[in-house]
Write a protein that binds this ligand. Structure first.
Ligand code: EPZ
Length: 420
């Protein structure tokens, strides 16, 4: 078992380069199943979710060649299986994209119930609603979901709730369908735009990604070759922006898209931090204690729920009382118990948490409960006095590439340690 050992009281300074986006990569990889040929994917984050996805695609018959640390060539000419066991799918959430992709390519898919971070209930009724609207017969039982349809037909689908996963899954199932599919009340996250751009670069006809109405004109087939580079990770960039504020540091975050982080920039300015847009980089610095704030997480372009725990660390040491309303997930405040072990004063109830800002945190053994909570606990350890041990770091490896190296380059004293 591995853990991070962090010696704190550090002001982070320097430059960090952002990797490709996890939530785009784990959608683009299954999207390659819609191509009967070879394509090259660059700027793939080398994280465990991506590596597991590649294993699954190879199980289905794809040939994958890692041409560089962050680039693969994938040949999906011969996909000879449409069933993916739960042992593989339960390791992460995005395995649900295999449903849309295999249904779209083969007219049938059988996928184990997806796993992923424990953030409370994570229903997939909107995914199923979309597949059924396109004409598929969907069954859920014995730990798996199966969907079958010989001829998917384009249609109009109104999403009852804004869902990233369902929006992408319906796009995947519609690209090769007969006719036009319209997704109304669609999610607008940057990773949705990236999947659509990837598929369009391969000959699909998807319009309006990034708005709440997406139109997919079905095409007979996609091109059989092409190269695509995954968009920089909005959430990784936001994590380092908030780490700069929490540590009263000065960081240049390179290879990111500043407009994807407008809502984070607005909140940092509100709490007394500084942000400078440098085109394909952002500089964030602060030399004073953050001010209190009220945060409500919302679908893009609102404040992302995947930066809520990181903002929680900032508000735990802010001057005054802050409130966070988590509107997306039922139970995304588990990390506050760990911060309270470090001397924070946070009261969390359901979807709301109240942060009585304290002057400083102190080191302690703490346990990551999910990917973003893990990143937040590293931030807390870097600013706390004394030593912090962060456990369950396999959660963090699911979504952050070489996080300890990146923080070390910014001056943090952090070690990955194996422990019996
Ligand atoms: C994606 O999850 C991300 N995961 C999550 O990031 C992120 O927190 C979430 O979007 C919101 O931004 C990936 O992209 C792999 P949703 P997803 O469908 O698709 C409800 C991380 O840390 N809902 O947008 O599962 C649902 O319960 C992860 O990188 C239904 O009710 O989220 C939630 O309340 C954690 N029925 C809301 O919609 C459905 O069929 C948004 O969920 C689908 C969703």
């Amino acid at each position: 078992m591995e853990k991070f050992v962090i010696k704190g009281n550090t002001r982070l300074k320097g430059e960090v380069t952002i990797s490709g986006a996890k939530n785009a990569a784990v959608a683009i990889l299954p999207a390659t199943l819609l191509i009967k040929g070879v394509c090259r994917i660059d700027n793939l984050p080398n994280i465990s979710d991506v590596r597991i996805f590649c294993e699954i695609l190879e199980e289905l018959g794809a040939k994958i060649d890692w041409i560089k640390e962050n680039s693969i060539k994938i040949d999906t000419t011969n996909i000879d299986c449409t069933s993916v066991p739960i042992e593989m799918t339960s390791k992460f959430r995005a395995s649900y994209y295999l449903l849309g992709a295999l249904l779209g390519r083969c007219g049938s898919a059988e996928v184990g119930i997806p796993g992923g971070c424990n953030l409370g209930a994570r229903p997939i009724d909107q995914h199923i609603k979309g597949f059924e609207a396109l004409g598929a017969k969907v069954d859920v039982g014995q730990g798996k979901i199966s969907a079958k349809c010989k001829n998917l037909k384009g249609t109009s689908i109104y999403m009852d709730i804004v869902s990233v996963g369902a929006t992408i899954n319906i796009i995947l199932a519609s690209v090769l369908a007969d006719g036009t599919t319209t997704i109304d009340n669609a999610a607008k996250e940057p990773h949705i735009v990236d999947v659509a751009n990837f598929l369009n670069s391969m000959g699909a006809d998807i319009r309006g990604a990034g708005t709440d109405v997406i139109k997919i004109n079905g095409v007979k087939e996609l091109n059989t070759s092409g190269t695509y580079s995954v968009v920089p990770d909005q959430i990784e960039a936001g994590t380092f922006m908030l780490a700069a504020v929490a540590s009263r540091g000065d960081i240049i975050i390179k290879n990111c898209i500043p407009e994807h982080l407008d809502c984070v920039t607005a909140k940092i300015l509100e709490i007394g931090g500084n942000v400078e847009d440098l085109g394909d980089s952002i500089r964030v610095w602060s030399n004073k204690r953050p001010q209190k704030a009220t945060i409500k997480t919302l679908p893009y372009p609102g404040f992302p729920t995947d930066l809520q725990p990181q903002m929680g660390v900032v508000l735990s040491i802010a001057d005054g009382t802050s409130i966070i309303n988590e509107s997306i997930w039922e139970s995304r405040f588990q990390y506050t118990n760990e911060l309270n072990k470090m001397g924070a004063t946070i009261t969390a109830q359901g979807k709301t948490a109240v942060f009585e800002g304290v002057k400083s945190l102190s080191g302690s053994p703490v346990y990551a409960t999910d990917l973003r909570a893990g990143a937040a606990l590293i931030m807390a350890g870097i600013i706390a006095s004394g030593e912090t041990h962060v456990y369950n770091i396999e959660y963090i490896d699911r979504g952050y590439e070489q996080i300890e190296q990146k923080f070390r380059n910014l001056g943090a004293n952090i070690e990955r340690v194996s422990e019996e």
